[in-house]
Design a protein around this ligand. Structure first.
Ligand SMILES: [Zn+2]
Ligand SMILES: [Zn+2]
Length: 400
């Protein structure tokens, strides 16, 4: 009976219990809406009950009750540190991929409002009918009001407003997406390449939006040392489905994954996203056309809400994909475990990658696990299927 309560389901949860982030294997937790919390740590024969009343002060300006998650985590960790000094040696930062649910979305696509070939409602309907939960229509320097298409919204699908701020510095294209922005933001060109990128990023932040730097290798415009100097950005495209953007690099120019590891190794906390940058919804779907469905993100969020999705993405609570789907990601103090969703008779190779892009472990197992050695600065992972499609698991940082 007890065993069946403590058997992991396919989402890596116990029956009626969740896995607490940052706790030893076998720990379990349950949260209540009013702010109650129960934590069990069988390894140390410990249980903790935390009672708060998070409803007492009412909702904040965005309509949410205060988030007591950080308090729960801090209380649990203080108790754990007292009984288990080992828990304060090298460990992964807590990363919660258990609460909430997976939401699939694309943050970069085009319509007839700029250089796409189909009207916004046709484009939105394509994503909705292909199982996406959210979509950003990001036309070049055009903001499309999602309220025009509210009839497409339901409990499974929403549009998040956005724009692709599109400019050049000299001959180099500078494209920065603004997600969840309330109106059009004029693109900005500055006296340097870095300044041009930074000012567009800052303009998005000034509107409480979320910026992401698009296809850095398009036009071989934005090198890794320039990306390193940009501030206040958390997201960069490491996979873009447009056929002309050079995801893989070539010659003396590194591919986007290598650029990502360069930034992470130098200490920039940046997460890699996949998008399709679709322009072509009509006619033949072919490798030389910018068709939809070639890149997306799957975000862990409590509900289908733009702000919640944005917050999760900027905290790295998502994975990027060009075709591989996951059931679960679990980060324990010493381990990362990735549950890969089986599809047909596909086989999967998982690579765990650390600083300078070094492959730390390669495995064909599912779930794929990595055990911390203690010398890593960060660990990220890619899962590649036997058809060449990929999932990119975000870096988890190591506390020493
Ligand atoms: Zn672009
Ligand atoms: Zn684009």
């Amino acid at each position: 009976m007890i065993d069946s309560f403590f058997t992991l389901d396919k989402y890596s949860n116990y029956l009626g219990w969740q896995m607490p982030p940052g706790m030893p294997d076998g720990s379990f937790m349950h949260t209540g809406f009013t702010g109650t919390y129960v934590l069990g740590i069988p390894r140390h024969k410990l249980s903790m009950v935390l009672l708060t009343n998070r409803q007492n002060l009412g909702t904040d300006a965005t309509g949410f009750f205060p988030d007591v998650g950080p308090l729960r985590l801090a209380a649990g960790q203080a108790i754990l540190a007292a009984v288990d000094p080992q828990s304060t040696s090298a460990h992964f930062e807590p990363a919660d991929f258990q609460s909430g649910k997976w939401l699939k979305g694309n943050t970069h696509t085009h319509t007839l409002e700029s250089d796409g070939d189909s009207p916004p409602d046709t484009v939105a309907a394509w994503y909705k009918s292909h199982g996406y939960n959210f979509l950003v229509l990001s036309d070049h320097n055009v903001w499309v009001d999602p309220a025009r298409f509210a009839y497409l919204f339901d409990s499974t699908f929403m549009l998040i407003p956005g724009e692709e701020l599109t400019t050049r510095f000299e001959k180099k294209p500078v494209h920065v997406n603004g997600l969840n922005i309330p109106r059009v933001i004029p693109q900005i060109t500055d006296s340097t390449l870095l300044g041009t990128i930074q000012k567009n990023v800052d303009a998005v932040r000034a509107m409480n939006g979320v910026p992401h730097i698009n296809h850095p290798n398009f036009g071989w415009a934005i090198s890794e040392d320039v990306l390193w100097k940009v501030n206040n950005d958390k997201l960069v495209e490491i996979h873009n489905g447009h056929p002309l953007v050079h995801n893989e690099g070539g010659g003396d120019s590194p591919g986007m994954e290598m650029v990502w590891d360069y930034l992470l190794t130098k200490g920039k906390r940046i997460y890699g996203i996949a998008v399709d940058d679709a322009h072509h919804f009509k006619g033949e779907f072919a490798a030389n056309r910018a068709n939809p469905g070639r890149g997306w993100v799957v975000v862990r969020a409590g509900k289908l809400d733009a702000l919640e999705i944005m917050t999760s993405m900027e905290a790295g609570r998502f994975y990027a994909s060009s075709g591989v789907e996951l059931d679960s990601i679990r980060v324990a103090p010493q381990d990362i475990t990735i549950g890969i969703r089986q599809r047909g008779d596909f086989k999967f190779t998982t690579e765990f990658i650390g600083k300078d892009g070094t492959v730390l472990k390669k495995t064909g197992a599912n779930p794929a696990t990595y055990h911390l050695s203690g010398s890593e600065a960060y660990v990220r992972a890619t899962v590649t299927n036997s058809g060449g499609e990929k999932a990119w698991i975000q870096p988890v940082f190591v506390v020493h």
